[in-house]
Design a protein around this ligand. Structure first.
Ligand code: 5RP
Length: 227
């Protein structure tokens, strides 16, 4: 068995995909292993169609020969497989390390089943322990949104790419918020979503159905309903 935990989790996750399904394609280094495995399966004859969560995943999927649809072309997505930056014991997550949080959340919300692939370093308690919380905001008013996030203890930092602000696929900015340990993720999510200029927050509450955790020696499959 392969010793790469992310690859192991990804290769277990693609076993959930059935012929004919519409599959949400995640973003990030773990999701990239999912794309590689799925590309192999498509070349071997599996008929599925993918809905990418970022321009980056779209480019890779096209290179691998995975047929694609836009979210606007589908009524529902059967299954989405994506990564996460942090996940807690209630399956709440921080996502958006790669800046794709808004499309990732929309694709996840349109999906009947959400499978998250991580290595064991992503399992935390509570959220906010190892990673900042990304918040996507309108460039027009990013400083105002940053002020509001600061007022509630977010320690927002504008994400930079080289010498300029990082720009998302939706032409927005990201504020990486340093809340520290997050005691009540659903409540924080509600507060952030009400702020003017906020497009989306990287808190994903009640979205993960199945979490596949790879480590050096094994792959664990955890289900929310069984938790
Ligand atoms: C991108 C994401 C990714 O899923 C998250 O950052 C995990 O990435 P990786 O698998 O590379 O650790 O939310 O916006």
């Amino acid at each position: 068995m392969n010793g790469n935990p992310k690859m192991r989790a990804a290769e277990r996750a693609v076993e959930f995909i059935k012929p004919g399904q519409i599959v949400g394609l995640g973003t990030g280094s773990t999701a990239a292993y999912v794309l590689e495995a799925l590309g192999r399966m498509v070349r071997e004859g599996l008929e599925i169609r993918g809905v990418p969560t970022s321009r980056g995943s779209e480019t890779v999927a096209l290179r691998l020969g995975i047929p694609l649809l836009n979210l606007n072309d589908v009524a529902r997505i059967d299954l989405t497989i994506d990564g996460a930056d942090e996940i807690d014991g209630d399956f709440n997550m921080i996502k958006g390390g790669g800046g794709a949080l808004t499309r990732e959340k929309l694709v996840a919300l349109a999906s009947d089943r959400r499978v998250i692939v991580v290595d064991s370093s992503k399992l935390v308690s509570p959220l906010g322990t190892t990673r900042p919380l990304p918040v996507e905001v309108l460039p027009f008013s990013w400083s105002m949104s940053a002020g509001l996030l600061k007022e509630i203890g977010g320690g927002p930092v504008l994400r930079i790419d080289g010498e300029r602000p990082f720009v998302t696929d939706n032409s927005n900015y990201i504020l990486d918020c340093h809340f520290g340990p997050i005691s009540d993720p659903p409540s924080l999510e509600r507060r952030i979503k009400q702020m003017p200029g906020v497009i989306e927050s990287g808190l994903f509450i009640g979205i993960a159905d199945t979490v596949i955790v790879g480590d050096e020696t094994e792959v664990r499959v955890l289900n929310r309903n069984a938790a």
